[in-house]
Design a protein around this ligand. Structure first.
Ligand code: ADE
Length: 432
């Protein structure tokens, strides 16, 4: 056991990073420091990790969006004693300067180049798995997916994995439901201190940010159609309304549709929304939320973007077939000229617009998401001998601890239950 750990550590160190250019490291370093200012919870965890080294000698392979916030997470994991290797979880989300700084300053082998092709993307994933990690960290479940496919022989070495995003958790639950999940996974996305903040306020703000950076269109007065009213959709709807848009929500879930209506939005099927929308955003986690039948109905000049994890939510192959020409007209904007003469504008090739055209969620919310990731890694390290191959949530006490640390960092104190109130809540006798 000891020998295999040592030889794999050497392997991780021997891996040579693949980033756009080491010369970008200086700019990346500044970005990472700027993000760190808004990540006090991660800072508190780092202090604890430096002291206790709860991840000592543990190999972690992380497949995350390579951003300034991720840099702060992998730095914390390293200060906890982990041997970390990192690759991108999306070909278009990498911040090249940050990748260079992670590789150069933090000395963490990093495999991430913005715009890398599919072949390179998967080669990078396989490279991080070649270090024979005990723990993997995913945003979208691509490492776990490989560990159940082409790299299945490595699955027996895995103590556990953690998953950042809704889409990834959906894939993992499907795997578990089929009885095929080979090791335990922690659904970080399910923590309240993750999805209530990252998905809602993070996706809400960064999606609008991506659309604005790509197009610079005025949101006020536009009809803004959102497909999917989970926490991400709720966030986007809230911010679009705040900027003066007329918001329309499309849903397949009756309860969520009702919620959207009572939150004050118009609710209708996409076939109706397609005729009236100026800007469309998909946040469903499913394929073809915008399909050929919808493109045919859209107005000339409509803008189409996706903020879900995978680039499957907009049927781009179908749109291409309808089109006579596709051309880039601004960074992150492609114009599809349909054979009918109508033009539709697709942002960031249908990949997550908040990370591809902007910088992803602000550090303030990633602080809590990544605190959950760091604590999930410790949970796996401590408990792997007794964990089963199933999908675990982060323990409620850890979730609460993250919230308390965040409140503390904000200088906010809250009330406490009195002994009498606590007793009342645990009793059933007293009525009116
Ligand atoms: N996912 C969404 N925003 C992100 C960010 N800023 N860093 C890493 N992952 C993210």
């Amino acid at each position: 056991m000891k020998r295999s750990r040592r030889s794999s550590l050497t392997l991780a160190k021997a891996l040579k990073s693949e980033v756009r250019s080491p010369r970008l490291a200086d700019a990346g370093r500044k970005k990472i420091a700027w993000a760190a200012r808004e990540m006090p919870v991660l800072r508190m965890i780092a202090q604890r990790f430096e002291r206790d080294k709860p991840l000592s000698g543990i190999r972690i392979a992380a497949c995350l969006h390579v951003t300034a916030e991720t840099a702060n997470l992998v730095s914390v994991l390293k200060s906890g004693g982990a041997e970390v290797v990192l690759c991108a979880s999306n070909p278009l989300s990498t911040q090249d300067d940050v990748a260079a700084a992670i590789a150069h300053d933090l000395k963490i082998p990093t495999f991430a180049i913005r715009g890398e092709d599919r072949k390179t993307y998967y080669r990078h994933l396989k490279l991080v798995l070649s270090t024979k990690p005990q723990v993997t960290m995913d945003d979208g479940a691509d490492l776990v997916s490989l560990l159940h496919g082409a790299k299945k022989h490595l699955a027996k070495l895995i103590w556990g994995s953690s998953e950042e995003t809704t889409t990834g958790v959906i894939r993992l639950r499907a795997l578990h439901k089929q009885g095929k999940l080979l090791f335990p996974v922690v659904a970080v996305n399910d923590s309240k201190t993750k999805h209530l903040f990252d998905n809602r306020y993070g996706t809400g703000q960064s999606t609008i940010d991506g659309i604005l950076r790509a197009t610079n269109v005025l949101i006020a007065g536009k009809t803004f159609v959102i497909s999917g009213y989970g926490y991400c959709g709720k966030g986007v709807a809230m911010r679009a309304r705040g900027m003066g848009a007329q918001v329309v929500v499309c849903e397949v879930d009756a309860v969520r549709a009702l919620e959207a209506r009572m939150d004050g939005y118009e609710v209708m099927p996409m076939k109706s929304a397609a005729r009236v929308g100026d800007i469309f955003v998909t946040v469903t986690g499913d394929i073809n939320a915008l399909d050929v039948e919808h493109f045919k109905l859209m107005k000339d000049g409509a803008i189409v973007a996706n903020a879900g994890h995978f680039d499957v939510e907009i049927n781009l192959a179908g749109l291409k077939k309808l089109s006579s020409e596709v051309r880039g007209i601004r960074p992150n904007v492609e114009e599809y000229r349909l054979k009918s003469g109508k033009k539709l504008h697709v942002l960031s090739e249908g990949r997550l617009v908040n990370l591809a055209a902007a910088e992803g969620h602000p550090s303030m919310v990633m602080d809590m998401s990544f605190a959950n990731q760091a604590l999930a890694a410790v949970f796996i390290a401590k408990n792997h001998a007794t964990l089963k191959p199933q999908v675990y949530s982060v323990e409620a006490e850890l979730d609460e601890e993250v919230a308390r640390m965040k409140l503390k960092s904000l200088g906010i104190s809250i009330d406490e239950l009195s002994p009498r109130q606590r007793k009342y809540l645990s009793s059933w006798q007293q009525g009116t």
